[in-house]
Design a protein around this ligand. Structure first.
Ligand SMILES: NC(=O)c1ccc[n+]([C@@H]2O[C@H](COP(=O)([O-])OP(=O)(O)OC[C@H]3O[C@@H](n4cnc5c(N)ncnc54)[C@H](OP(=O)(O)O)[C@@H]3O)[C@@H](O)[C@H]2O)c1
Length: 271
């Protein structure tokens, strides 16, 4: 199948103010896509928009609530933008023992990583299907393959994302619309500060620069791959987790997470 072209298409990128989303936006724009960038921090989005070579609309919205979602949908509707690509990237995680985790963090992860992603997908998909063209990039994680102790809720939200995308792919067959799950391993972004941990020495070995993660993500998306796991080590880890006895990968993850101190989150700094 021919590689997709992004030239002149509108793409929504959620969580574009920093990290992976910002880099995806930058590279999508470099390939000719016009962007609708979404996050809570408007100044960071405006700075990004000004640096891009293509048209870029800024929407500051908290996607974890109804008003934020409605705001995104209204802006796209009012400006008559025909969205061809949706990059559902906004997300966050929290570390610690489930029983000790603040309910706002537990529910917040489900609200943003699962509910917002589902709502945004459901909103834009019918328009893409009607035009017979488009795609969804659902940003998941390698932890979607391993139920991960001390990040239990986060890994469960990402299992939802990968599973949803893997199920939707065959459902969309023949429609001209496809779905790619992006499953990055560790990437140094604002993610760690919000999740309240520091990248461990072991994770540093698997870490890829954000530019490389975005490059592989977009290349896989344009080739309509169902799943993209950037980095050979991360791919191997995902493959192995599916070929070991049930529970084994989570038991190894427990040891690794305890060694990295993930049962004790660092003091809260930011949002
Ligand atoms: N970094 C990693 O190691 C890693 C690994 C695997 C998967 N991922 C996934 O990659 C995605 C991007 O994470 P990242 O590493 O780039 O982290 P990041 O630097 O913290 O970026 C998260 C983005 O999401 C936005 N966001 C957070 N809460 C939001 C809300 N309520 N409404 C709208 N936007 C919101 C943030 O912008 P505002 O704060 O301005 O709203 C920011 O632009 C996430 O889905 C994450 O789970 C990350």
């Amino acid at each position: 199948m021919a590689r997709l072209s992004l030239k002149g298409d509108w793409a929504v990128v959620t969580g574009a103010s920093t990290g992976i989303g910002r880099e995806l936006a930058r590279q999508l724009s470099a390939q000719g896509a016009k962007l609708i960038v979404v996050a809570r921090r408007r100044p960071a989005l405006e700075e990004l928009a000004q640096s891009l070579p293509t048209q870029c609309e800024v929407v500051d919205a908290d996607l974890s609530n109804e008003q934020g979602l409605a705001r995104l949908f209204a802006v796209v509707e009012e400006r008559g933008l025909k969205v061809a690509h949706v990059i559902n990237n906004a997300g966050f995680g929290s570390v610690g023992r489930f029983a000790e985790m603040a309910e706002v963090d537990l529910v917040g992860q489900i609200q943003l990583n699962c509910v917002a992603l589902t709502r945004v997908t459901r909103h834009f998909l019918p328009q893409m299907l009607a035009r017979g063209r488009g795609g969804l990039m659902q940003v998941s994680s390698v932890v979607s393959y391993v139920p991960t102790p001390f990040m239990a809720a986060y890994s469960a939200t990402k299992a939802y994302v990968t599973s949803l995308c893997m199920a939707m792919g065959p459902e969309l067959k023949g429609t001209g619309v496809h779905c790619t799950a992006l499953c990055p391993g560790p990437v140094a972004t604002g993610f760690q500060e919000r999740a309240r941990y520091e990248i461990s020495a072991m994770e540093r070995g698997n870490q890829l620069p954000v530019q490389e993660v975005a490059r592989q993500a977009i290349e896989g998306y344009l080739r309509r791959k169902p799943v993209v796991v950037p980095g050979a080590r991360n791919s191997l880890m995902c493959w192995m987790s599916r070929h070991v006895p049930e529970g084994f990968a989570s038991s190894v993850a427990r040891t690794v997470m305890l060694r990295a101190g993930r049962d004790k989150p660092l003091p809260r700094l930011g949002t």
